[in-house]
Design a protein. Structure first.
Length: 340
């Protein structure tokens, strides 16, 4: 099965009433973890690469690893998505290389941290929609701005400063024709999202529900959706790490989101924590080890476990064989005929 359109994955998820995890990758082991978890749980999946991932791994390595993934796991529908594209040029280069989906994050200026204007966001997103849909690729836009700049994507400071306005969201979708919409509801990237278990004061699920009521046919995307489980933090700290106490987004809040239009759930940090904990454990318990396989294998297994758990919790498990993926050319024809 070739790489498939993210739009088709999300349309099917909407029909089935489930969410699809979008997991970030930077290397072979992370791709293998995700594919093994998808096989074990029979899940369709979104694999995503940030600009940093593309430059770390070199585009061509990443792309060919993904081709290996679809060749080796033919039963799994996989979309390859550009996470947080900072400009139309970034999105264009991803599509030209074979990504089947891109995020044009026009909520920020190309520096990835300065909030932009609504007009700028509409302009760059429309540009990307035009070029992507002509090739059958999917576009995710963002309205409102995530908090935090731990990883260089977000406005910094107060995560509630730029929560998505439902009127603006509706207008943005109407003007741009995006396939999926990322919204800001108080989350941020990275491990340090909340200083205690989040309540409605800091994690605005009511706002998400309001947006879904305004836009019942739009696939919503939750960024910054790692749950930062205590157990993963404990492994790191038990073996010499120094994470400060922190809370992520509880899985039950994500599930509430999924019941209210969330179709794509972005998770990176939980996998980073799992990998780091597993590697620290080997280094601590077997300081004599120096074969990278002795720590990368448990790291890969630890990430697979987290991904499989999320796939089950988001509801995508068991849905890999539900539909025949359409070639991108067929998706392009559907966009041209205004069926989508
Ligand atoms: O969007 C955030 C993801 O966690 C990717 O982060 O830019 O450090 O690769 P990154
Ligand atoms: P986390 O840092 O919560 O895993 O979020 C990842 C993300 O939103 C990638 O775009
Ligand atoms: Zn994100």
């Amino acid at each position: 099965m070739p790489l498939v359109s993210m739009r088709q994955l999300l349309d099917e998820a909407a029909k089935g009433g489930y969410g699809v995890g979008a997991f970030n990758v930077n290397n072979m082991e992370q791709i293998q973890s995700i594919m093994e978890a998808a096989r074990e749980t029979r899940s369709p999946v979104i694999v995503q690469a940030s600009r940093g991932a593309r430059s770390y791994s070199n585009d061509r390595f990443l792309y060919h690893l993904m081709l290996a993934a679809v060749e080796l796991y033919p039963e799994i529908p996989v979309a390859l998505h550009q996470d947080h594209g900072n400009s139309p040029e970034t999105c264009k280069s991803a599509i030209e290389m074979g990504f089947t989906s891109v995020m044009m994050d026009g909520s920020l200026m190309p520096d990835g941290k300065t909030p932009s204007t609504f007009d700028y966001n509409v302009k760059v997103t429309c540009e990307v929609v035009e070029l992507a849909h002509a090739r059958g690729a999917t576009v995710e836009g963002e309205i409102g701005v995530l908090g935090g700049i731990e990883d260089g994507h977000g406005a910094g400071g107060d995560a509630l400063a730029h929560v998505t306005d439902p009127d603006q969201a509706a207008e943005f979708v109407r003007l741009t024709g995006v396939d999926a919409l990322a919204i800001a509801i108080g989350t941020s990237h990275g491990a340090y999202k909340f200083t205690r278990k989040p309540t409605g004061e800091v994690l605005k699920m009511d706002r998400l529900i309001e947006i879904h009521q305004r836009l019942p046919n739009t696939h919503l995307v939750m960024h910054g959706s790692s749950s930062v489980p205590q157990a993963l933090q404990d492994v790191i700290n038990q073996y010499g790490g120094k994470l400060r106490p922190t809370w992520g987004v509880p899985v039950e809040e994500i599930q509430l989101g999924i019941r209210n239009g969330v179709r794509k759930v972005n998770v990176d940090t939980d996998n980073r924590l799992a990998i780091t904990g597993a590697i620290r454990k080997v280094f601590f318990e077997k300081p004599e080890e120096f074969d990278p396989r002795s720590y990368l294998k448990p790291a890969r297994e630890a990430m697979k476990k987290v991904v499989a758990e999320r796939m089950t919790q988001f509801g995508q498990a068991g849905h890999a064989g539900d539909y025949e993926p359409l070639p991108l050319a067929a998706m392009a024809a559907r966009y041209a005929a205004r069926e989508l």
